[in-house]
Every structure is written in structure tokens, then in C-alpha cells.
Design a binder for this molecule. Structure first.
Ligand SMILES: Cc1ncc(COP(=O)(O)O)c(C=O)c1O
Length: 414
């Protein structure tokens, strides 16, 4: 029997209220403009494991996972237990907490590239730090990034540069991800002035098929950086803990970076980001100013320690990979059965589904919107995140709903 679409009336009444008190209402990637108006919940009351419950009381299996910051599931008992324990002792202090040092030591021990580490709150804190670090170390200005890649909401990389003077975006140039010739060309354009290259481990730009890099490309990146005296920065903020059993994506794809940025998943929903670097960069790092009121909060440090421990103990990567593979295979099968050709790209833990012959993402928005209205959250233009909390029951439900929604999308097209 066909499922009844959810009632979202409270969510959308609240969205109207939000529009009165916040310019444009809900902004950024959570904005309805980025997904599908009228079909997605707008306000969430509660998260639990793989599920979200919205303000109307509807329940969802969630593959958006707070845009990647949920790795082990919402309110993971070990992570929340560690946070509560820390909260008993306090969060913000006049000096760093013991957790700060414990986490720094844990990461230096765990990440082969890491001889030292610094902590921020959001990914953008540490990608900005990385830019200043490679410039301080090399005395050069130019930074190269993959065209279309997202690394920050700060002026140098914000995708919508409203209110940003041109000069604040200078000294950043781009090349095509995975394309060694394009990289060589852009190096040639800035010969002698490239401080560093910043790349994501695989291409995961919104609105595009995802691309896994070849070894030729990852090796060439290192060789060209060495030849040109530039540093290699890996932005593992979105993909970290999702591409390799250790959580370290550079090991999955063969990168040899000088600096790695982590964020999102590492705190399982608690605000913390991390930058690690090699010994050669220690002196330059010690010269940078990097301080903000909440950078030292202890609770997110406790969350990160517990997240890493639980990730290992619970073999989270193996579970996420298995669940992701089953999800992708099941979706492809049901899409084909409904007469759609789809492309599912990226690692199974971070899949992205695109309908073929759907350049404006109309089919994607229709299908994803119907999925949301029936309790499964997937995104039409941004990659998804399969958390370690996804169960066999979640998969069965997701694929049943998907089948129904492919049929609805088909009927709508007919
Ligand atoms: C690859 C990548 N780098 C950097 C960032 C910026 O992180 P944040 O939004 O936490 O500042 C993001 C955020 O989506 C990201 O996906």
C-alpha cells in the first residue's frame, strides 16, 4: 500500500517565522533553496541513531547526517557519555583542558603525517590556517585549488562572493581535479610563487558526479609540489573517517600531504576541527596567530576522543561501507526497474545519485522530495553520508520507499 506523505505544517509555519527574524530565513546549505521547498522538514526536534524526528513528529532515516558531522549516529552513547562527563567538570576554561593535550597526543600518534596539531571549531578555521601556514613557510602567495571545490565560507573561497572585494580573492587560482596537465599549466602561470596546493581526497563538489582520483594523479601532485617547492594540503574535512578503516583518506588514495585538515565527523556532531602538519612546518606554525574564544572548549575534545575510540572499537568503517554498498546496489536496481538510468558516484560511504538526462536536477529534486515526504532523507545536489548507525531495517525501509518514489517520479514525468 502506498505510504501517506508526511504533514510538514509546523515546519513550514516555523520557516515563515524564521523569515521574519533571520534575513532570508534558514541560510547556507540548510536553506530550502539548496534542497526542495515544501518537501523537506525545516526544523528538527530530535536525533537518535540513524533517525531524525522533525517538529511535526515525522521520523526519517537520515543519509544527510548533518552534512557529514554525524559519523556514528545521533546521540551516540559513548560520545555523549564522554561529553556529559566533561560537562560535569566544565567546558570553557582560562587555560586548555587536559583533554586538549590528550587529543593532540592521540592524533600525533594516529596520523602518520602528523608531527603536531592545532584545533579549531569549523572546517573553515583550519583551511584558512593552512593557507597562512603554507604562505608563511614558503614566503610565496599563490594557492591552487581544484576548480569548483568547496574549502571555506571565508572570502578567499566563498562560492557566493557577495560583499567580498576582488582583492580578498586574489592569489588563489584553480585547476581541474584529477588532471595533471591542468595542474602543470596553472603552476607554469605562477612559476616560483605557488605556496601550496589544496585538494580534497576525491572530487565531491555539489551538483557534480563524484570522482575518485587515480594513483597517477596523486603521485603527480606530490612530485610536482616537490619540484616546484610548494606544499600539499589535503582537505579531508568532508571525507575524513569515511574512506579508510583508519579514518585517514590519504591512505585510501595514496596522497602524501604536508598538511591535513579534519572537521565534521571527528567530533560526531560536536564542534571541532583539526589541522595536522609535518615537522618541517613546525617553526612556521609556531609563528602564526591562531586563537578564538571557543577553540579550546573541552567538551568537543572529549567528543573527538570518544568518537575515534568508538570508530575503531565498533569497526564503524566496515559497517558504513557495507551499508553504503547495499544502499547503492539496491537503489540502482530499483531505479532501473522503474525505467530510470542513474549514476551513483563516490565511495559507498558518501554516495551521490544523479539521474541521467537531468541537467537541471528536476528528476533528482522530485525523487528526493518524495523520499523526504516518506521518511528517507537524501539530497538532490549534494553527496550523502551513510552513518555507522544505519541498520538492516533502515536499509529495507529506505529501499522500499525508494521504489515507491521512483514510481511516483516516473508517473509525474509521464
Ligand atoms: C571539503 C570541505 N572543506 C571545508 C569545509 C568547511 O567546513 P565548515 O563548514 O565546517 O567551515 C567543508 C564544509 O562543508 C567541506 O566540505
Amino acid at each position: 500500500m502506498a505510504r501517506k506523505a508526511y504533514d510538514l505544517s509546523k515546519s513550514y509555519t516555523m520557516l515563515e517565522r524564521a523569515e521574519q527574524v533571520v534575513p532570508g530565513g534558514v541560510y547556507g546549505v540548510r536553506s530550502v533553496r539548496f534542497a526542495v521547498y515544501g518537501k523537506y522538514p525545516q526544523f528538527i526536534r530530535e536525533g537518535r541513531g540513524s533517525r531524525l524526528i522533525d517538529v511535526d513528529g515525522n521520523e526519517y532515516v537520515d543519509y544527510i547526517s548533518a552534512f557529514g558531522s554525524i559519523l556514528l549516529g545521533y546521540r551516540h552513547p559513548r560520545v555523549e557519555g564522554a561529553v556529559r562527563e566533561q560537562a560535569e567538570r566544565g567546558n570553557a576554561f582560562s587555560f586548555p583542558s587536559d583533554r586538549w593535550l590528550e587529543l593532540a597526543e592521540r592524533l600525533v600518534e594516529r596520523v602518520d603525517v602528523a608531527d603536531w596539531v592545532v584545533f579549531g571549531k569549523n572546517g573553515s578555521d583550519v583551511t584558512d590556517y593552512a593557507l597562512r601556514l603554507v604562505r608563511a613557510y614558503t614566503g610565496r602567495k599563490t594557492i591552487l585549488v581544484g576548480a569548483g571545490a568547496y574549502h571555506t565560507f571565508q572570502p578567499w573561497g566563498v562560492p557566493l562572493p557577495v560583499g567580498v572585494p576582488e582583492a580578498w580573492r586574489s592569489h588563489v587560482d584553480d585547476f581541474r581535479f584529477g588532471d595533471v596537465d591542468s595542474l602543470e599549466q596553472v603552476f607554469a602561470r605562477h612559476r616560483g610563487d605557488v605556496a601550496g596546493v589544496m585538494v580534497s581526497p576525491f572530487k565531491h563538489d555539489a551538483f557534480h558526479d563524484q570522482e575518485i582520483p587515480s594513483r597517477t594523479y596523486t603521485d603527480a601532485l606530490r612530485e610536482i609540489c616537490d619540484r616546484e617547492g610548494a606544499l600539499l594540503v589535503l582537505d579531508d574535512i568532508r571525507a575524513g573517517f569515511r574512506c579508510h578503516p583508519t579514518g585517514l583518506s590519504h591512505l585510501a588514495f595514496g596522497y602524501q600531504p604536508d598538511v591535513i585538515c579534519y572537521g565534521k565527523a571527528i567530533g560526531n556532531g560536536h564542534p571541532i576541527s583539526v589541522l595536522v602538519g609535518t615537522e618541517a612546518l613546525r617553526e612556521a606554525a609556531s609563528r602564526l596567530y591562531f586563537s578564538a574564544t571557543h577553540f579550546f572548549s573541552a567538551e568537543p575534545m572529549a567528543a573527538a576522543l570518544a568518537t575515534i575510540t568508538a570508530f575503531d572499537d565498533e569497526k564503524a568503517f566496515a559497517h558504513m561501507s557495507q551499508a553504503g554498498k547495499a544502499l547503492c546496489a539496491g537503489l540502482e536496481e530499483r531505479a532501473n526497474a522503474a525505467g530510470f538510468r542513474v549514476r551513483i558516484t563516490g565511495p559507498p560511504t558518501m554516495p551521490f545519485l544523479r539521474f541521467e538526462d537531468d541537467p537541471q536536477f528536476e528528476l533528482a529534486r522530485k525523487w528526493c522530495g518524495e523520499m523526504a515526504l516518506r521518511g528517507v532523507l537524501v539530497h538532490p545536489v549534494h553527496n550523502w553520508f551513510v552513518s555507522a548507525a544505519i541498520s538492516d531495517d533502515d536499509l529495507v525501509r529506505s529501499l522500499d520507499v525508494a521504489e515507491e518514489c521512483f514510481a511516483l517520479t516516473r508517473a509525474d514525468r509521464a
